[in-house]
Write a protein that binds this ligand. Sequence first.
Ligand code: DC
Length: 218
Amino acid sequence: MSYQIAIDGPAGAGKSTVAKAVAEKLGYIYVDTGAMYRAMALYLIRRQIPAKDAEGISRASRGADITIAYENGAQQVLLDGENVTALLRTEEVGNMASASSVNPDVRKKLVELQQALASRENVVMDGRDIGTCVLPGADVKVYLTASTECRARRRYDELSAKGEDCDLKEIEADIRQRDERDMNREFSPLRQAEDAVLLDSSDLTVEEVIERILALCR
Ligand code: DC
């Protein structure tokens, strides 16, 4: 049996940073499920399918070929064979991912891909529904969160460091909207699994969060 660590939480809580580090320490693979929803969003944007067109999204999503590969331990997302990893972390793609991930056909397709990966390898997987839906039997479950202000500031710093022009108030509004959608959607909404450990990273350093998760794994 493979070993499974599930990390869920809202946008900007620091999931990917700590999940990546925990995976590296344990020698597991890191699975960023948000990147899969983002690749699907990119596919829909390229086909100019509006976020509100549920039927169009269902239909188009069936044709998207999304696969995962690893290069020097880093996850790469392939969309119809093209490596799109570098195109996924924009606000436009993130917002479309939040909107299109409410679609049950999109979720079904990506959840199957995630479960197949986790059945073959020891994984640290992050997302919104990993502990509740994708890997309900995960060995360790963490719900990682932080205050809205703190998450907006981190996203702002991340984008600014990449040289992107951005506005803190706009990012904060985006995060509130994304939380609202991720937590209130009909299918697999973001919520803490009953057996998940709650970690609030607002006043913790990255190292402290990593250490707490490693302690849970031990
Ligand atoms: O974690 P992220 O910002 O890369 O995720 C982008 C969107 O994808 C997020 O707003 C909701 C969706 N998502 C999801 O519904 N389920 C997951 N397991 C991961 C992401």
